[in-house]
Design a protein around this ligand. Structure first.
Ligand SMILES: Cc1ncc(COP(=O)(O)O)c(C=O)c1O
Length: 970
């Protein structure tokens, strides 16, 4: 017999009616508090926030009179037990009343005895109102659930013996009892069907599921979070033990993760970090893993029916109406993937997946040597000329490949099972595309008869063959059999020159879609089989690169960091798109180096042609070095007419500094703060950005003198005041002269790329160049990032400032990713280097790099990319600025053309930078298909510098995705 409450006997449980004034009376009489009580939403108890002198002290909880004192004592003891066992968790433990008791029994307030407690207030709030829950937040929820579960194991108390509607042991009974409250017949049918199916998976496991004390409501509403400075939430506290029961331990986790599905942007696979975190604290048994997703589905069904019932009982409770939208979303998400598939996904994620047995039998009698297997992976060479000009894949790529193979003598062309096919990716999408094949496609060169690989029953449409163990599914064939067939008997005819889809699944497994998204692939692949053995072919193992990142760290110096904590493996690019090996296409908003776009065919052709001819060095006499130098020099104003060719931006800026020191015979150099110029000894010395090197300012050699970063947004002088930067820099240069250390050079980016593409204050370069020249030094413009057409209106950044430097260093865009840098200066400065001997770089100015450099210039011209930068850049900036009005985190939008910076701040007044937010936003943007990264000394600027071929559609996709992330949360 149950000691405590029994929902099944008393299914109607409206929350007690107690006014704020009554609550304040209770606080005065029993706790001696002159406090304010403000009613809070709750489904079955009555809760008040208690404030004393404006400070929140706790929550006054008046338990539903249906619950008895033993139950309430169990809850208080459980909270204390967890608090003891898991000191990292904050617990809403009860505070004593005037008599020193944790629980006050009141009569006269309502029918029966009311049990009242004042629970400690845990500041920080919950995740209930958060939008999208990031993988870190989700893992945090799972960790709290794991800790609670571990702490409560072995906790026994008679007050746990109760029958609550939230106890999933009674889930189907609760659904049956309350389903009639769901008024929409369609929804009612869906909820009923889902609960029934879920129970069919749970029932066989019931005896194997360990039981223990469970909180049973550790959801986004009852897990309290600590807010970090960036306002991100770290789950670390637990409130509301009202549902504490003895039940299946795994229910704790199922209930926790179900709440994730109510949040915009979260979906079934979003729960995996929580499951992993829980499992690492409190390992799940095999039966628990099998039961987890069905329990989650059942939980969402219980929420729907309970919410419908409460809404009927308590129609004026606004808390209930608010809950309902989220609950329906949870249910829809929970049922969006077949139960067995999610269970396999979870198993695979925990490393618990079983290796399926291969199938045997013969579907087609074909000589394996006449079969050609198409490799449709991202890395496959078949895509080298498979793209349209707009970056999409040509239609019918697979058909073309199959025909070509057939012409070369193939009798049968076959695809690979389990392979993410790039041919099926979508160009731009915030959703993950269906790309992984759950079967194979076959293309016979001539009409081909298919035979039954095993004894079985042919389905009504003639397209399935169900054997004892496996079911075969065909499409694109003419059925020739019906009823029972034996192995080897005719089954269907496949036409020539067309694709036939072949799938195999264990009998009873759900029907698989032909393609699934890569995140669900482990689930579907566990529930299907590779059909290739039916063609006499070995199964093709999906290539496994192992953990590429740990291999990378083992061999490639880890100080060469990578983007993202969990980066996709990118093995192909086209124009402004990047393709991962998981078959996802990303919009590339950061690769300014590939100015023409990725994998430009003209660059590839040039490189291949030149490599077939010659690649020597500039001490030989060949035309390319002359022609490329002439073309570069012609792009610069007088007197910049003489070219050096090197391999990188670091080398170019380093050489620029050496030219200046050689020419002037001096060693001192003036650089601006917050700048980056390269990694060589010389350029590193003038690199002052603390983002690249946190010790940069403290470790400059004595020959480097830094002037204030001319940052007109957040620097010392802002807005109109920013003209003061030039005055100060000029004064510093005069001071150096006065100190007997006149500078050899002043080096700076002509548009402040490292600060997010910020324009320098008006007149800055003119004034500082004039001062350095007056002091006998030279002006160096580092155009490595901002030059070469990116700014749209100007080919070189210094043109924006109406100034002409003495030395220009440029790289990155010059080779479209091929290592090629240049220094362009006057003949006089170039000749000044004679004092250093002569200049030579083994691969700088090689025939290959010159050929590529000229092709880059040709394509820039032919495809009008500078114009495109102006046009798309203006559109992009206007749209980003419009977004700024909607989202206060956007402090400003810097830049011009296609060098833009979206600067994120926590406060529009103080301009406090938002680096953690920016990093989290970048992570979420990646999930939604956009590669973007932070820059700036505070790492709070989205550096927006895509290839110059980007079009309006892609620019809009970037802004729309950013808008979504800033709206939904990150
Ligand atoms: C302004 C600037 N100068 C120079 C460099 C160095 O170029 P590289 O990486 O090609 O050596 C960089 C690289 O990011 C840069 O941004």
């Amino acid at each position: 017999m149950t000691v405590g409450f029994n929902f099944l006997e008393a299914p109607e449980l409206p929350a007690p009616q107690v006014s704020d004034a009554q609550a304040e009376d209770i606080l005065a009489t029993n706790y001696g508090l002159r406090a304010r009580a403000t009613s809070l939403g709750s489904q079955q108890d009555k809760n008040f926030v208690v404030t004393v002198d404006g400070e929140i002290l706790g929550v006054l909880k008046i338990a539903n009179p249906a619950f008895n004192a033993t139950e309430i004592e169990a809850q208080d003891l459980a909270a204390e037990k967890i608090a003891e066992a898991e000191p990292m968790l904050r617990m809403a433990v009860p505070l004593p009343n005037l008599a020193g008791q944790k629980c006050t029994a009141l009569t006269g307030l309502m029918d029966g005895t009311a049990y009242v407690r004042l629970l400690r207030y845990l500041p920080g709030g919950t995740l209930l109102d958060s939008g999208y829950l990031s993988p870190t937040a989700v893992a945090g929820l799972g960790e709290v659930a794991g800790r609670v579960s571990r702490a409560l194991e072995g906790f026994r108390h008679p007050g746990l013996d109760r029958v609550l509607q939230w106890d999933l042991r009674y889930g189907t009974a609760v659904v049956a009892e309350l389903i009639s409250y769901v008024t929409d017949p369609l929804r009612r049918a869906r909820v009923h069907a889902a609960a029934t199916e879920a129970w069919s998976r749970i029932a066989p496991l019931v005896d194997e599921l360990p039981r223990q004390a469970v909180h049973l409501d550790l959801t986004d509403a009852n897990v309290v979070v600590a807010r970090r400075v960036d306002s991100s939430a770290h789950p670390d506290g637990v409130i509301d033990f009202g549902d504490l029961s003895d039940s299946w331990a795994v229910s704790e986790l199922a209930i926790t993760v179900s709440s994730v599905l109510g949040h915009a942007g979260n979906e079934p696979i979003s729960i995996l970090p929580a499951v992993r975190a829980f499992h690492s604290i409190r390992p799940l048994t095999t039966a628990e893993v099998d039961a987890l997703w069905p329990l989650l589905v059942l939980r969402t069904a219980v929420l729907i029916v309970s919410g419908a019932q409460q809404a009927r009982l308590d129609p004026d409770n606004p808390y209930l109406a608010r809950q309902f939208g989220g609950e329906w979303r949870m249910f829809e998400q929970a049922t969006s993937v077949p139960i067995d598939v999610m269970t396999e996904v979870i198993k695979a994620d925990l490393g618990l997946a079983a290796r399926p047995d291969p199938v045997a039998g013969s579907l087609i009698d074909v000589d394996p040597t006449s079969v050609v297997t198409l490799d449709l992976a991202t890395t496959s060479d078949v895509y080298d000329s498979a793209f349209e000009n707009d970056g999409s894949l040509k239609a019918g790529v697979e058909d073309g490949l199959a025909r070509a193979a057939a012409q070369d003598g193939a009798r049968l062309v076959v695809t690979q099972y389990g392979q993410p096919r790039l041919s099926r990716t979508r160009k731009l999408s915030q959703e993950r595309p269906d790309v992984v094949a759950t079967g194979i496609s076959i293309w016979p060169a001539a009409p081909t008869r298919l035979v039954a690989p095993w004894d079985g029953e042919v389905g009504d449409d003639g397209l399935t063959l169900r054997g004892v163990d496996f079911e075969l599914t065909l499409s694109g064939v003419h059925a020739v059999a019906s009823g029972s067939v034996s192995a080897g008997e005719p089954l269907a005819d496949a036409p020539a020159d067309a694709w036939v889809e072949v799938g195999v699944r264990p009998v009873g497994a759900p029907a698989a879609p032909l393609l699934t998204r890569s995140e669900l692939a482990p689930g579907w692949l566990a529930l299907t089989r590779d059909p290739r053995p039916l063609l006499g072919l070995p199964g093709v193992a999906v290539p496994h690169t192992g953990d590429l990142l740990s291999r990378r760290d083992a061999s490639f110096a880890p100080v060469q960091e990578f983007y993202y904590r969990k980066p996709p493996q990118i093995e192909r690019g086209k124009r402004h798109y990047l393709m991962s090996t998981a078959g996802r296409t990303y919009l590339d908003m950061v690769n300014n180096v590939t100015v023409l776009g990725h994998a430009h065919p003209r660059i590839a052709d040039t490189a291949a042609r030149q490599l077939r001819k010659l690649n020597t060095n500039s001490r030989f006499n060949y035309a390319a070095v002359v022609e490329f130098s002439e073309r570069l020099a012609a792009m610069l104003p007088d007197p910049l007419d003489t070219v050096f060719l090197v391999n990188s931006g670091s080398e170019a800026s380093d050489l620029a500094i050496r030219l200046a020191t050689a020419m002037t015979g001096r060693r001192d150099v003036v650089a601006v703060r917050e700048a980056y110029h390269g990694w060589t000894y010389g350029t590193d010395a003038v690199s002052t950005s603390t983002a690249d090197n946190p010790n940069a300012l403290a470790t400059r050699p004595d020959w480097v003198h830094t002037v204030e970063s001319p940052n007109s947004f957040r620097g010392k002088y802002r807005g109109a005041e920013a003209v003061q930067y030039a005055r100060e820099a000029v004064e510093q240069i005069s001071q150096l002269v006065a100190d007997g250390r006149p500078p050899a050079a002043f080096i700076c980016e002509s548009v402040y790329g490292n600060a997010g593409g910020m324009a320098l204050p008006d007149g800055y370069l003119q004034q500082v160049y004039a001062a350095v020249r007056a002091a006998g030094g030279l002006a160096i413009s580092d155009e490595v990032q901002v030059g070469y057409g990116r700014l749209g209106e100007w080919f070189w950044g210094f043109m924006q400032q109406n100034a002409v430097p003495d030395i220009v260093s440029v790289a990155k865009s010059t080779g479209n990713g091929y290592p090629l840098g240049a220094v362009i200066t006057s003949r006089a400065v170039a000749d000044g280097f004679r004092s250093q001997g002569y200049f030579f770089s083994s691969t700088g100015g090689s025939p290959l790099s010159c050929a590529i450099g000229m092709t880059v210039l040709d394509v820039l011209r032919d495809e009008r990319l500078q114009e495109n930068a102006a046009r798309v850049g203006a559109h992009l900036k206007a749209r980003l600025q419009a977004l700024q009005h909607k989202h206060p985190i956007i402090g400003t939008v810097h830049g011009i053309g296609l060098y833009l910076g979206v600067e994120m701040v926590r406060d529009a007044e103080t301009l406090e930078p938002a680096p953690e937010e920016t990093s989290a936003i970048c992570d979420r943007m990646l999930e939604l298909g956009v590669v973007i990264q932070p820059t700036g000394d505070h790492m709070n600027i989205l550096k927006t510098k895509p290839p110059l071929c980007i079009d309006l559609e892609a620019a809009d996709f970037y802004v729309d995705t950013l808008d979504r992330v800033l709206t939904e949360g990150w």
